[in-house]
Structures are given as C-alpha cells and as structure tokens.
Design a protein around this ligand. Sequence first.
Ligand code: TRP
Ligand code: SF4
Length: 332
Amino acid sequence: MKQVIVSGMRPTGKLHLGHYLGVIKNWVELQDKYECYFFAADWHALTTKYDKTEELRQNTLDVVMDWLACGINPEKSVIYVQSLVPEIAELNVYLGMITPQNWVERDPTLKDMAKILKTKEGQGQQINYGLMGYPVLMSADILMMNSDLVPVGSDQVAHIEITRDIARRFNNIYGEFFHEAKPLLNNCALICGLDGNKMGKSFKNDIKISDTEEETAKKIMTAITDRSRLRKDDLGHPDECEVAYKYWQIFGNENEISTVKCECEKGLRGCAQCKRELGAKINSVLAPIREKRKYYEQNQQEVEEIIRDGSLRARQKAQEVLSQVRKLIKMY
Ligand code: TRP
Ligand code: SF4
C-alpha cells in the first residue's frame, strides 16, 4: 500500500518559476512513489477574495494547466478542484466541532494573513468567520484523503500542526482512525526574484511559466548583477552578482557556469551579453513546458475533462473516508 500525499494551491493566477522549481518539480517526483492528490483550493481563495470571483474560474484553469505543463500526470495523480468535492465541506463541519477556538486564534500563519488584511493593501478588510476557519478547512482537505504526508512551504507548517492536533483529538473522542499527517518541506527559496527579493507575483519580479520567450528575455535584462561593475571590461565578481549568476547556477550546465564565472572574473563578458545568453538558456529549458502549456490552452476542453474526472476520483475516496467518519461519530 502506497502512502497518501495531499497538497493544494490557492488559484490566484498563473504560476511562476518559484512555484515550478520550489513546489511543482517536487510534486512531479512524488507521483511515482505515492498515491498523490493535488487540488486547486478555491474555497481557500474565497476566504479573502470572496468579492473578487470574476477570475476564479480562469485562475483555477491556469493553475491546473501550469501543473499539467510541468509534468503532473493525471494518470498517476488525482487532480481536482476543492469545491467539486463537497464531502470536504461536510468533514469541515465535523472537524470544526472538535477544534477549540484558541487553536485557530493562535495559528501564526492566520495571524499574518489577518495583519495584512487590516493594512491599506488589504483595504482594511474585516476578518470573517470563513477566514478564521482556514486551518480547519485545510485539515479537512488533508484528512479527507486520510493522508500521510503533505508537501508544503515552511509558512504552512503551523497549519499541518493543527491538522495533527485535530486528527489526534478526533481519534481520542471517536476512536482511532485518522493518520497524523507530516509536512514534507518544499524548497521555496530556491530561486529569488529579478530584483533579488523573494519571487512573487505581487512584487512584479517574477517570470511566469506561461510567459513568452520575448517576455522572458526582456525580464531577464532587468535582473540585478554585480552592482560594483560599471563597464563591461571591469573585473566581475559572480558571487556578488545577486541574481543573474544565481540563475545561471540554476539553469546552466557545469560547463556553462564555469565559462560564465571565468569570463566574468576576467572582464571578458559584459553583463548585457551575459543576460542575453541567460535569457536564451532559460527559454530553452522552459521550451518543452511552454509547448505543453500551449497545447492545453488550445484544448481547454481536455483540461476541463481532467478536472471533472479527477474530482470524481477524489470524491470516491472522500466518500469512503466520510462514511467511516459518520459511523465513528454515530451520525444518523
Ligand atoms: N494553504 C495552502 C497555501 O496557501 C493551500 C492549501 C489549502 C493546502 N489546503 C491545503 C496545502 C491542504 C496543502 C494541503 O499554500
Ligand atoms: Fe553577473 Fe554575468 Fe555580469 Fe558577471 S557578467 S556580473 S555573471 S551578469
């Protein structure tokens, strides 16, 4: 019996290279070893964007198309949309009953989200009941598949702790049933943004999986380099080249990296030329992914089918778990 993995993303738009290198590449590898469930957390998106739903559907399709393009395989993994598995909402109700209020109130990730909402950027939004329930709903996602491992970034670990606490409490009250899921840490800081800060869509420093080659090349030209270098024959310091050289280390092969380093140090390579070559390199690495994405963009019907089919499969598993849960709680 394979161990079960569940992970989700809020569908907030097209994914960038940080998502690809830090999260999805890892998921792709997990597919062969585990029974994997990957879903778009559209209810979680509603916890803060309940009044901005115009793009929710397209965002969900975009996220799934990015996954498929990167190699998430619907024949190996179950790909679904959270709201198409209503069993999760029922489990959420049961878990809510056994979760003490102070467990959610002290959740640090939630506290951070609440802080941001209250600022200008969050337009002074109130915190609603649904947002307070974020960690419980996330527990329902995870326990719905009775999963063993949850690949997440370090910012989500507190949520997994609550999930484990809730599972333990359920098992104590109603009888041993849920596994205590463990976090499997993603390497989120693998690639920085073009400006050297954390890569993020809201910082406008990202390269999207779905960007064109022209867009990518243009963006790369804005990447930070060795700031002490003014002319192209100044001797460069790759280790102080904050972004461009780091990207070379991620995308180049050994040969290319040592050529760049050597020519930079000797003043034989200008930064503009270096970044033109880097852009071409990144484009060539992403070419097969982008080709696949284009295929799905032109065949969205197929994407919809993958989602419908995956959601049905997720529901089958969810219904098995839920019938056990109802029995244990002694529901009618
Ligand atoms: N909260 C996660 C995030 O913002 C998304 C998420 C929702 C999730 N439910 C999940 C991740 C269940 C893993 C498992 O990234
Ligand atoms: Fe960075 Fe390349 Fe410029 Fe050297 S030549 S500082 S590696 S961009």
